[in-house]
Design a protein. Structure first.
Length: 476
């Protein structure tokens, strides 16, 4: 959802009536970069390995023709509120998802078993077309932890400011943009707003990507046209491929078997999970040990907690667990809390240090390269290289692309003292009054401003709202 570059510098495009026969190569390349980013993120594998594995038995000569694609899209269009039209740019995106980047498509098809049920439920609750679920595929390839170069995050690629407008909070330990449930709710709110603005789904989709300002500018430059394909030449470069990609994903997800694309099953499905609510601090890894759940799976199904740590909160925090583990948790909740109590009593591991954010780089194998030499050159281990790229052996080929994660240089972050919680977990609350400052509240309650901040993770001293309740201590 990153706002696209200024549309003042536009590469000339053919007249709108010629778009039927024109392929916008640049638009396709922009979307392909998003797909590559998905492959390079935490839960992805090397595009070489994945695509090669899935392409086994792939016969490109047997693909549906352009006429067949157009006919099938017409059938989908009849039953859809979206204008699912066919042209050469749409065909280019069909080719991208079905052949060139079929590995991402196979992965997205598998992940749809995890994310589409919750997305469809929220869309239905808001009275929105269910086809909007395919927008999340275009945005993120259904990767809840992906981060764009512009800073947009999550399934729906919310920028920080837009996410905040729709209730998505970001703290040192949590990022609601990564949460599939919370971000989908926010996306529904934003898409509803955009549709009310334009009364046209294609324009609403374009505005979701580049912002209403750029769409309005394109409408003015086109002479007041309100058809997507008529304003297409006036849209920012980064947005031109957005609706064609959406159309192509609609098509591919309904006809993937004709391209011999087989879904790669995810680590969990929507119906294999359940939720529990907690109000105390815990480490996800520790909870994994107690509940007998794989640590990687635990983090995978709880992407909201960016540091693998669930902080104390006034409101219950929702944790996702495999259904059988959730049932055990409910039956043994007091026992589980007893095992986690050291964290909440200010002893033991306490809060984790904030992990350095990693940047993804791509390394191209050169003549004479071996994994050990590449590892030394990039400050990692051979084991990490093999895990990041899902390499089964140490055999490399010249030109092969490898994913390398490198720490982003930041100043060392000092570990904050753990939040104090009493043995029975009862907090002493204070209701903020008009004119209150953190210093006044702390002094009147016999604590320091620093302690007050530790009790209330993420509190903003410049934005104290009268009537809000904050923690000022514990009883007993």
């Amino acid at each position: 959802m990153a706002v696209a570059a200024n549309s003042d510098t536009l590469r000339p495009l053919p007249a709108t009536h010629d778009l039927q026969c024109y392929t916008d190569v640049e638009a396709v390349a922009n979307i392909e970069r998003t797909l590559r980013a998905s492959l390079q993120s935490l839960y992805a594998v090397s595009d070489f390995y994945l695509d090669t594995f899935i392409d086994a038995g792939f016969d490109q000569a047997a693909l549906p023709t352009g006429d067949e694609v157009a006919q099938r899209l017409n059938a989908l269009d009849i039953a859809s509120p979206f204008e699912l039209s066919y042209n050469q740019t749409v065909q280019a995106f069909v080719d991208l998802y079905a052949t060139k980047r079929r590995g991402v498509t196979a992965r997205s098809l598998g992940l749809s078993e995890l994310f589409f049920p919750l997305i469809e439920e929220e869309l239905d609750r808001n009275g929105l077309p269910l086809e909007l679920k395919y927008l999340a595929v275009v945005e993120s390839a259904l990767n809840p932890t992906i981060k764009s170069r512009a800073g947009a995050k999550g399934l729906w690629q919310f920028m920080y400011s837009t996410g905040k407008m729709y209730g998505l909070q970001v703290t040192s330990y949590t990022d609601d943009r990564n949460d599939p449930y919370l971000s989908t709710r926010a996306a529904c709110g934003y898409l509803s707003y955009l549709y009310r603005m334009y009364n046209n789904w294609e324009l609403a989709l374009a505005a979701y990507n580049c912002g209403p300002g750029n769409v309005n500018k394109a409408i003015r430059r086109s002479g007041g046209k309100t058809n997507y394909w008529e304003i297409y030449p006036y849209l920012p470069r980064e947005t031109r491929g957005y609706v064609p990609a959406f159309i192509a994903v609609n098509y591919i997800f309904n006809h993937f078997s004709d391209y011999n694309v087989r879904p790669v099953k995810p680590k969990a499905t929507f119906y294999s999970l359940d939720t529990v609510n907690i109000t105390y601090a815990l480490h996800l890894d520790k909870l994994s040990e107690i509940m007998g759940v794989d640590k990687e799976l635990m983090r995978y199904i709880n992407p909201r907690f960016t540091q693998g740590f669930v902080p104390v909160s006034n409101e219950p925090m929702t944790i996702h667990l495999p259904a059988d583990a959730a049932a055990r948790y409910v039956a043994l909740e007091d026992h589980v809390y007893g095992l986690l109590r050291p964290i909440n009593a200010g002893v033991g591991e306490g809060r984790p240090k904030l992990a350095q954010e990693k940047v993804v780089e791509e390394y191209s194998v050169r003549k004479g390269d071996v994994l050990s030499r590449i590892a030394v050159r990039n400050g990692c281990t051979v084991k990490e290289l093999k895990e990041w790229n899902h390499l089964r052996s140490e055999h490399l080929r010249i030109g092969q692309r490898l994913i390398v994660y490198k720490p982003m240089p930041i100043n060392e972050i000092v570990e904050a003292p753990p939040t104090l919680v009493s043995e029975d977990g009862v907090f002493r609350l204070y209701e903020i009054q008009q004119g209150d400052t953190l210093w006044d509240i702390a002094r009147n309650n016999g604590i320091s401003p620093e302690q007050l901040k530790n009790f209330n993770e993420g509190i903003d001293a410049r934005n104290l709202k009268p009537g809000d309740k904050i923690i000022v201590g514990t009883e007993g």
